[in-house]
Design a protein around this ligand. Structure first.
Ligand code: GRF
Length: 207
């Protein structure tokens, strides 16, 4: 899907930006499986997570990014007069870090059409889209006993609506608690997100 993106990369280096708002466990999984590794496609490609960025100054994920040695910037919307100023600041930071592609990983805001003109962007969502879009999808699908699983999709201006790249269903076990199911969903997310990105880029793991 994004194979063309790789054709004109300087030095065969693909630079990623990751946006998050909370725990950052998906961000960590992406860094651990992709950062500074070489992958095989039409030619070898090195992936670099160039920048992590959060809209929450108290996000626990900040410490995770620092521990993993990846630069992490906090940009709080409240410090900008208008949402469009905040969006421009986001674009500026990711452009300065020379990011080619952006991954949303628990980023609890919509990104603007202007943002999407600058960066192809993917998202992970804890349900089988189009079932249960929006916040609280994990709990809602668990309670409804349908549409449970994980989706990775291309981001469009409409919430949780872009083309699906990868999906995997995961059903609650009989009598399973929401807490236990949530842990299993997160474990699945951590596997599926890096795999889906590589699939979209037409890359295979090499080192
Ligand atoms: C994940 O369940 C993701 O699917 C959703 O937000 C949650 C973020 O978790 N979009 P974490 O911050 O990656 O731990």
């Amino acid at each position: 899907m994004f194979e063309n993106l790789l054709e004109n990369l300087p030095a065969s280096l693909l630079r990623l930006g990751i946006l998050f708002s909370g725990q950052g466990s998906n961000m960590q999984a992406l860094i651990e499986s992709l950062h500074q590794r070489t992958f095989l496609g039409k030619k070898p490609i090195i992936i670099e997570v160039a920048l992590c960025l959060t809209n929450k100054s108290k996000a626990p994920g900040i410490a995770r990014a620092q521990k993993l040695g990846v630069p992490c910037v906090v940009l709080e919307p409240a410090n900008y007069a208008q949402t469009s100023d905040f969006e421009r600041a986001l674009i500026e930071h990711l452009s300065l870090a020379r990011c080619h592609l952006v991954l949303l990983a628990g980023y609890m805001r919509l990104v603007s059409p202007l943002f999407l003109e600058h960066f192809p962007t993917l998202n992970i969502h804890p349900s089988m889209l189009p079932h249960f879009k929006g916040k609280d999808a994990l709990r809602a699908s668990f309670e409804a006993k349908e549409g449970t699983g994980v989706s990775v999709h291309v981001v469009t201006p409409q919430l949780d609506s872009g083309p699906i790249i990868a999906q995997q269903a995961l059903n609650p076990k009989p009598q399973e608690s929401l807490e236990s199911f949530t842990q299993r969903i997160h474990a699945l997310e951590h596997q599926l997100y890096p795999k889906a990105l590589l699939q979209a880029l037409g890359l295979e793991r090499f080192t």
